[in-house]
Design a protein around this ligand. Structure first.
Ligand SMILES: Cc1cc2nc3c(=O)[nH]c(=O)nc-3n(C[C@H](O)[C@H](O)[C@H](O)COP(=O)(O)OP(=O)(O)OC[C@H]3O[C@@H](n4cnc5c(N)ncnc54)[C@H](O)[C@@H]3O)c2cc1C
Length: 371
């Protein structure tokens, strides 16, 4: 199978314009149907963002009256069938499975060919990928190979009632505005979403679907990149902010890098992770992996404690989906109090140690009572 060139995919005829927008799809793209999710996996585990995307895919497909499918690519012995079965539980109706020796371990070239071949053959209307390192790398090359539109780092996905196109919303202008982007005259409509932006759907036990096996047809000698070895980054899994249940974050209000110790102590007592605002990361107070926000991580913990953080929009977009937000700030008019569930107007350098002590005492008492 060959991917179409950009010129193949240009609209055949001028499209009707209404209200300044193109509302009509070129005839040859009208056959594209269904919502797909690229299932990302690594060392035997599917990335949670793929399940989060399946929840969104299901809602989009239900609005369109179409099906949900996953595309899962991997090496000959990788448990892709098992991943497909898990995907059915999360709402997929179909799984396109591609096993091939050259798909063992991610490389852009064979994965781009595999995914574009599947898209060209089965013609999905919408294709979603996680905005992970792999997803970002793959989505860009698939979109350019297919000559279609890609909206990266979306925060909401909907169907536009007028055009029935994917309305993909993402922050713009440094996070101060949200824009909604539609790919009206090309297919598939592609979008990436960062981990934890969408909620994890419920698993429906016993739900099944259809597995379609496909071949890649690419030999190792035709691929320019070679995978020689895999060396895990010893630090990469050390800080797992997006999936932490409790996060204590610090901002510039802590005044001095040493004061971050107070944030680490509270996080340790609560069994949580430490987050930070961008200025703290830029000043070298904490590692870049701890940054929460538009240009950092998106988090969704059960508890988010923000100490000395003003609540700028670029920080807010990365943490406002937290179940409970507690803000500590000396300024009663700080923007963070507009969206925090609980606010403490006070000096974080005093409040943090007091909270650490109070939680440590409470947890010790609970431990004794349980013994
Ligand atoms: C393109 C772009 C992307 C960005 N991306 C991000 C991002 O991903 N994440 C991010 O965080 N920011 C990001 N920013 C920066 C963002 O705009 C804000 O500048 C930043 O979030 C502010 O950080 P802060 O709250 O730590 O500092 P400040 O805004 O300086 O706020 C400090 C707060 O601490 C309070 N305070 C002072 N002393 C104390 C005390 N003793 N106890 C308690 N409170 C005290 C103050 O009242 C104030 O509200 C981005 C900006 C741009 C332009």
């Amino acid at each position: 199978m060959n991917a179409p060139t950009a010129s193949d995919k240009q609209p055949a005829a001028p499209v009707r314009r209404a209200g300044g927008r193109n509302l009509e799809l070129p005839e040859h793209l009208k056959a594209y149907k269904g919502v797909w999710v690229f299932l990302e996996h690594d060392r035997g585990h599917v990335h949670s963002v793929s399940w989060e995307l399946l929840g969104e895919a299901r809602k989009l497909a239900d609005t369109l009256g179409s099906d949900v499918a996953v595309a899962v690519l991997g090496g000959p012995d990788e448990p892709l069938g098992q991943f497909a079965a898990e995907a059915f539980g999360f709402g997929a109706d179909k799984a396109y499975v591609m096993h091939d020796p050259v798909l063992l371990g991610y490389r852009n070239e064979p994965f781009t060919k595999g995914l574009t071949d599947l898209v060209n053959k089965y013609q999905p209307e919408i294709l979603l990928l996680g905005a992970t390192s792999m997803g970002r790398d793959l989505a860009g090359s698939v979109a350019t190979t297919l000559a279609t539109g890609l909206t990266a780092d979306c925060t909401a996905l909907n169907i536009d009632p007028a055009s029935r196109a994917l309305a993909a919303t993402r922050p713009t202008f440094g996070g101060s505005l949200l824009c909604t982007i539609m790919t009206l005259a090309y297919r598939p409509q592609m979008a990436t979403v960062r981990p934890r932006v969408m909620a994890m759907p419920q698993v429906q036990e016993g739900r099944t679907g259809e597995i379609v096996q496909e071949m890649l047809g690419l030999v190792e000698t035709a691929i320019v990149t070679k995978l020689l070895d895999f060396i895990a980054d010893a630090n990469s899994n050390r800080i797992n902010l997006p999936y932490a249940d409790v996060i204590v974050s610090g901002g510039k209000g802590l005044k001095h890098p040493e004061n971050f110790r107070l944030v680490f102590e509270l996080a340790r007592v609560l069994g949580g992770e430490v987050g930070a605002t961008r200025p703290c990361v830029q000043a070298g107070w904490v590692e870049a992996d701890r940054q929460v926000g538009q240009t950092g991580k998106t988090v969704r913990p059960k508890l988010y404690i923000a100490a000395g953080i003003s609540g700028a929009i670029q920080h807010r977009v990365g943490m406002e989906s937290s179940d409970v937000i507690v803000a500590i700030n000396t300024d009663a008019n700080a923007p963070i109090f507009d969206f925090a569930h609980y606010g403490i107007v006070g000096n974080a350098l005093q409040v943090l140690p007091a909270l650490t002590q109070a939680f440590a005492d409470h947890l010790a008492l609970r431990g004794k009572a349980a013994a």
